[in-house]
Design a protein around this ligand. Structure first.
Ligand SMILES: Nc1nc2c(ncn2[C@@H]2O[C@H](COP(=O)(O)OP(=O)(O)OP(=O)(O)O)[C@@H](O)[C@H]2O)c(=O)[nH]1
Ligand SMILES: [Mg+2]
Length: 404
């Protein structure tokens, strides 16, 4: 069989997380219409059945969703870009996902590209761009229609920002030594006569292994893309057991589902200044195994998952924001906003866990947390898991040392 890691990279809002969920067939990553929804790299495992008529499995593909490539302004942004960098280090193939409905812009002066890699890691990593490649990018501007540009936080901004960010994205793939697929997403939003010239122009920007127009939302064109990936991947055994579809612990998925509701329910800067930390996660005695494919919950009429054996998961989460004004927005008049966030998040979490859920939310103001390296690193669940592991190992050691 074949196996390998395929990293999905692109600008914010390209549809990377939608693509991951469509491929896995489960909600692994949260999706919203706001840019910079994804903050961590997220793994989704896909078992591809053999097409030769035999019953076997052709491949296991581990897709890696990443945060959208953007100009880092805060410590949080730099951490997000570090996640992109890490996803590009360990991969067998890469998907460059481009939103067909948004024009890709490249700078006339390629020098702007050098402004982006603020972190030493990024400057030294695959992101670093040799001068001759920067020069080659010059003059390759794509502008069939003059779309008004928006910056990564939705406000009008200088076109130069977009141009340098798009060029930076291309510079990230320019130095990769693995196959790169160009996947043009959201084809349901563009007319065919616009799509073909767009694909033609984009194809010339890199020596792509293949090009696929898709609609992640409508799951259109994905099979052909997966078949090509299977062809490109090396022979190898699976990285994850067959029943596992993500490496994220449920606890982290739950925090993400709450954050998704915040992104959807609030506007302005609140979504970007919010972070969710699970403070209590008490599972019922006979809880389904963690990080394994949970049984699909039985559905009641109207699509509400029926609670399994009336078991209850008790969860408390803290929503961090940066200012008192943001806290007031998150809580809303008489607590109405927080209640709306809690109710809709709870429904989603019940669907994920297959139990009833008691969800307690509180809002904490932590001024400037996005600039705090320590806090941003503490948000990383991989790090949290390491710390839990270390604490357990230390505990086991002290217990071993105790006299019988
Ligand atoms: N019409 C259409 N919309 C899509 C498609 N794929 C994604 N979207 C929408 O595009 C928006 C962004 O989707 P995401 O999957 O969150 O995009 P992303 O690239 O993960 O964004 P970040 O995590 O912010 O970097 C959402 O509103 C999606 O519903 C598609 O094929 N067609
Ligand atoms: Mg995303």
């Amino acid at each position: 069989m074949k196996s390998g890691f395929v990293s999905i990279i692109g600008r914010p809002n390209a549809g990377k997380s939608t693509l991951l969920n469509a491929l896995v067939g489960e909600k692994v990553a949260i999706v919203t219409s706001k840019p910079q929804t994804t903050r961590n790299r997220i793994l989704g495992v896909v078992e591809v059945a053999s097409t030769t008529g035999s019953a076997g499995v052709a491949a296991q593909i581990v897709f890696v969703d990443t945060p959208g490539v953007h100009q880092p302004g805060t410590q949080l942004d730099r951490r997000m870009m570090q996640e992109v960098h890490e996803a590009l280090e360990t991969r067998d193939a890469v998907i460059l996902l481009v939103d067909a409905s948004r024009e890709l812009r490249l700078p006339e002066e390629a020098a702007e590209v050098d402004v982006l890699p603020e972190t030493p890691e990024l400057a030294a990593g695959p992101a670093a761009q040799p001068a001759h490649q920067a020069r080659e990018l010059r003059g390759k501007e794509l502008s069939s229609k003059d779309l008004r540009s928006k910056d990564s936080r939705g406000k009008d901004s200088h076109t130069a920002d977009w141009r340098s960010e798009d060029a930076f994205l291309l510079s990230l793939i320019a130095r990769l030594d693995c196959p790169v697929l160009l996947v043009v997403n959201k084809i349901d939003l563009v007319r065919r006569e616009e799509l073909l010239p767009l694909i033609d122009r984009l194809s010339k920007l890199h020596d792509f292994a293949a090009v696929f127009p898709v609609s992640a939302r409508k799951r259109d064109g994905l099979e052909r893309m997966v078949a090509e990936l299977v062809r490109l991947l090396p022979k190898g055994e699976r990285y994850f057991p067959t029943e596992q579809y993500t490496d994220q612990p449920e606890r982290f998925l739950v925090a993400e589902l709450i954050r998704e509701r915040i992104l959807m329910e609030t506007g302005e800067e609140v979504p970007y200044a919010s972070a969710v930390v699970i403070e209590r996660f008490e599972e019922p005695a006979e809880a389904p195994a963690k990080a394994k494919k949970p049984k699909k919950p039985r559905m009641l009429k109207g699509g509400i998952p029926a609670p399994e054996r009336e078991s209850l998961t008790s969860i408390a989460a803290a929503i961090y924001c940066e200012r008192e004004g943001q806290k007031a927005i998150l809580i809303g008049k008489g607590g109405a906003k927080l209640q709306a966030i809690g109710t809709s998040a709870r429904r989603e979490i019940e669907g994920l866990l297959g139990t009833r859920v008691y969800l307690e939310l509180r809002v904490i103001v932590k001024p400037g947390w996005r600039e705090s390296r320590g806090f941003v690193e503490d948000l990383d669940w991989r790090r949290q898991m390491e710390e839990i592991g270390q604490r357990q190992a230390a505990l086991a050691l002290t217990q071993d040392e105790k006299p019988e």
